[in-house]
Design a binder for this molecule. Structure first.
Ligand SMILES: NC(=O)c1ccc[n+]([C@@H]2O[C@H](COP(=O)([O-])OP(=O)(O)OC[C@H]3O[C@@H](n4cnc5c(N)ncnc54)[C@H](O)[C@@H]3O)[C@@H](O)[C@H]2O)c1
Length: 255
């Protein structure tokens, strides 16, 4: 592994982002993270001297500008950008979807990723081995009933990944997406609870249904996603760009 890379991870005060940030820090890299939740951000950086942070709402363009500038100043540049920020959005069919909620999901998942990446590209071009990783989802690979804004943004991020890879290959910057299946943790419990509430079934029933769509009958360990991100950012992945790597226990449909 390369040493002391300058790594930026969005929405990394908890969940997958925090696992990714900790994995890079444990690898000897310097990591700068953001999150909308100031308290969680403080807790995430306490006791982790190689992780520093600032509050940022990735749906807000000026907040992103301040974040990318602060990250570049703190780290002295950017080698690896992990666009992790993404919200689940509502569970509802299209004809009942609140257009404001649709906009909110697009604002964080798609436009937020676009804006962070747009501002980081000049810095990545100056790196010896620039890498962008984008967090897509199983929900971006298969039809995802009742989750249209999430599905659309996660599919859109695959298009953004392929486009960026084509634009930045000449500069030696590699761009790949990770498409996790349902990850063990609070988020999947919230999603499944939303589905249970919407359908009138029990949480146990919707959980069993979800696992029946996978070959491996457990949700994904966030540390395995962090290990995949570390691999994609390493020299071992130097010939891999423009790809979406699924990590989903062999899922055959969106969970
Ligand atoms: N958990 C899963 O099952 C799963 C599956 C596939 C893909 N993903 C994707 O992985 C990424 C991380 O998922 P997670 O489950 O760890 O997320 P999460 O719901 O646990 O949230 C992670 C962090 O995002 C922060 N956040 C929320 N809105 C923000 C904003 N506007 N600006 C900055 N930070 C914000 C939260 O405060 C939180 O600390 C997302 O892009 C998600 O779509 C997750």
């Amino acid at each position: 592994m390369n040493n002391e890379r300058r790594v930026v991870v969005t929405a990394a005060a908890s969940g997958i982002g925090l696992a990714v940030a900790k994995a890079f820090a444990a690898n000897g890299d310097r990591v700068y993270i953001c999150d909308i939740n100031e308290k969680a951000l403080r807790e995430a950086t306490e006791g982790n001297p190689s992780i520093t942070a600032t509050v940022c709402d990735v749906s807000d363009r000026s907040s992103i500008e301040a974040f990318v500038e602060a990250a570049a100043a703190a780290l002295g540049g950017i080698d690896v950008l992990v666009n992790n920020a993404g919200i689940s959005g509502p569970t509802s069919p299209v004809e009942e979807m609140d257009p404001d909620q649709w906009e909110a999901v697009l604002g964080v998942n798609l436009t937020g990723t676009f804006n962070v990446t747009r501002l980081a590209i000049p810095l990545l071009r100056r790196s010896d081995a620039g890498v962008v990783i984008i967090m897509s989802s199983l929900g971006g690979r298969f039809a995802y009933p009742d989750r249209s804004p999430y599905a659309v943004t996660k599919r859109g991020l695959i298009a953004l990944t392929e486009t960026l890879a084509a634009e930045l290959g000449d500069a030696g910057v590699r761009v790949n997406a990770i498409a996790p299946g349902a990850v063990e943790g609070d988020r999947i419990r919230r999603v499944l609870q939303g589905r249970a509430d919407a359908s009138g079934r029990s949480l146990g029933e919707v959980t069993a249904d979800a696992l029946s769509l996978q070959s491996i009958k457990r949700f994904v360990d966030p540390n395995d996603i962090a290990a995949l991100a570390l691999f994609l950012a390493s020299d071992s992945a130097k010939s891999i760009t423009g790809q979406t790597i699924a990590i989903d226990g062999g899922s055959k449909a969106a969970v």
